[in-house]
Ligand binder design. Structure first.
Ligand SMILES: [Zn+2]
Length: 470
């Protein structure tokens, strides 16, 4: 009986405490501080596991993990919390507007730092698209400002739905590419992906305009190539500021990332060209992307946007022309190269992968090369027999070695695949694979440090080294 009374007393105390804390917002603040502490640990672990590419002096996507979380003021009444993704806060006399809310692990800190710098009521949360590194803090902000209007592209909900439905699929692929990621996606709570319901959805091509404290805002739905078809930018016409989210991708300027190695839906190059035309017409004085730093030269911004537009159109047109000529996809992946005046970083998007994606977007996966393409029996299934006919793994290892000597790295990998099909732990073949992968990695660094390509090659190098017991 005494135990029951004690238990009831505890329960009552819990209820009263919960009520009091909820009323004062203390419980929310405790949640935020806890999330901040866990997030800071996670961020420093990830940074320690992400090499800064010291082999080139180009800006790379890997650099995002090394950005300090802090607050600065890139323009009058505009504040930025930096990190992997930026959170922007725009101050007006009647309230605060947020643009993007960062990565979940950095979002609580973003919120505390921004609120220290700019106290006030958040009335609008404008989200650039449904990727986790742009919406991670939304639940934290809404917990304190439940009446804030969440503004997104009309396709945001579908983007969020498909990324949530395929969360495990993409997570397992991302873990291979970026080995610092934890084994499991966060389940439940503030850090879990998804669960955001927009109040205002802007259809493609439309603008949602509002004025707050005398400041005019335009949320413009601009689908396209950089990071998906649910892209929204925020334009301040009087200040000529463009909050671009991931419209340009993480690097500006860059070859658009029409294809993602993790396998997201294809991004339409012509929709992107249309959106770029629209933004070029606005004539921004400053672009404030949600990754890395703002760019404040109007002339540079205009030139870079035009180059991105022309390069995207060029890759598209060259691919289509080659298809009509009857060139093979593989030939086009080799032949389509940007001319010097359109050269752009391939640190995130890659020309040859875009060529393939455009080809298969327009004409799907049947290349009219072999009847076997139509059926589920792959050439790899014949590898053990081919290897036996070739005389076993040794002659194939010799062929791989020869290809390595002549710099034919892709051919070397094919010989290795054939040989390993007959003996998966053959040390000479594994060593040839390791050498080919290391040379491909060197080549990838020299050719623009594509973050997904280097991530994939490094994960294959790790797997090969452990197979060799290194
Ligand atoms: Zn992003």
């Amino acid at each position: 009986m005494v135990n029951v009374l004690k238990w009831l007393g505890m329960l009552l105390l819990g209820i009263v405490l919960g009520y009091v804390l909820r009323d004062t917002g203390l419980s929310r603040v405790i949640d935020e501080r806890r999330a901040e502490a866990v997030g800071t640990l996670a961020s420093s672990y990830i940074a320690s596991q992400t090499e800064l590419d010291d082999r080139t002096d180009v800006k790379t996507v890997a650099g995002l993990q090394h950005i300090e979380v802090g607050v600065d003021q890139p323009a009058a009444d505009v504040f930025r919390a930096s990190g992997v993704g930026n959170t922007f806060l725009i101050r007006t006399a009647e309230g605060l507007v947020l643009f993007d809310t960062g990565l979940a692990t950095q979002a609580a800190k973003h919120k505390r730092l921004l609120q220290d710098a700019v106290p006030g009521e958040v009335t609008h949360i404008v989200l650039s698209h449904s990727h986790a590194d742009h919406i991670g803090g939304t639940k934290f902000w809404l917990a304190e400002f439940p009446d804030a209007q969440v503004v997104t592209h009309a396709k945001f909900l579908e983007g969020q739905r498909y990324l949530k439905d395929l969360e495990r699929h993409f997570w397992s692929r991302n873990r291979l590419l970026y080995t610092f990621m934890p084994e499991e996606p966060p389940e439940g709570g503030m850090n879990a992906y998804g669960g955001i319901t927009p109040d205002i959805e802007v259809a493609e091509g439309d603008v949602y305009a509002f004025t707050l404290g005398g400041v005019r805002f335009e949320a413009i739905a601009t689908a396209g190539g950089a990071e998906g078809d649910d892209n929204l930018v925020l334009w301040l016409p009087d200040q000529r500021l463009l909050f671009s989210g991931d419209f340009f991708g993480p690097l500006f300027p860059m070859v658009p990332n029409l294809f993602t190695l993790r396998g997201e839906k294809f991004r339409d190059p012509l929709a992107y060209v249309r959106s770029l035309d629209r933004l070029i017409e606005l004539g921004p004085e400053m672009v404030l992307p949600s990754h890395f730093d703002p760019i404040s030269s109007a002339e540079r911004v205009r030139q870079d946007m035009q180059r991105m537009r022309d390069a995207t159109q060029f890759i598209h047109d060259q691919t289509v022309a080659g298809m009509n000529r009857g060139d093979s996809l593989w030939q086009l992946m080799r032949d389509v190269q940007l001319p010097p005046e359109l050269a752009l970083s391939q640190g995130h998007g890659k020309v040859s992968w875009n060529v393939r994606s455009i080809w298969e977007h327009y004409s799907t996966w049947f290349h009219f090369e072999s009847t076997t393409e139509l059926y589920p029996v792959q050439i790899r299934e014949l590898y053990p027999d081919i290897a036996a006919l070739a005389g076993g793994p040794e002659p194939l290892a010799a062929m791989a070695r020869q290809s390595l000597q002549t710099g034919e790295l892709e051919a070397a990998l094919h010989w290795v695949d054939l040989g390993l099909a007959s003996q998966p732990d053959h040390p000479e073949l594994l060593q040839a694979r390791l050498d080919a992968l290391n040379q491909l990695l060197d080549r990838a660094y020299q050719q623009g440090s594509n973050y997904s390509e280097t991530g994939w090659l490094k994960s294959r190098i790790d797997a090969t080294e452990s197979a060799l017991g290194i």
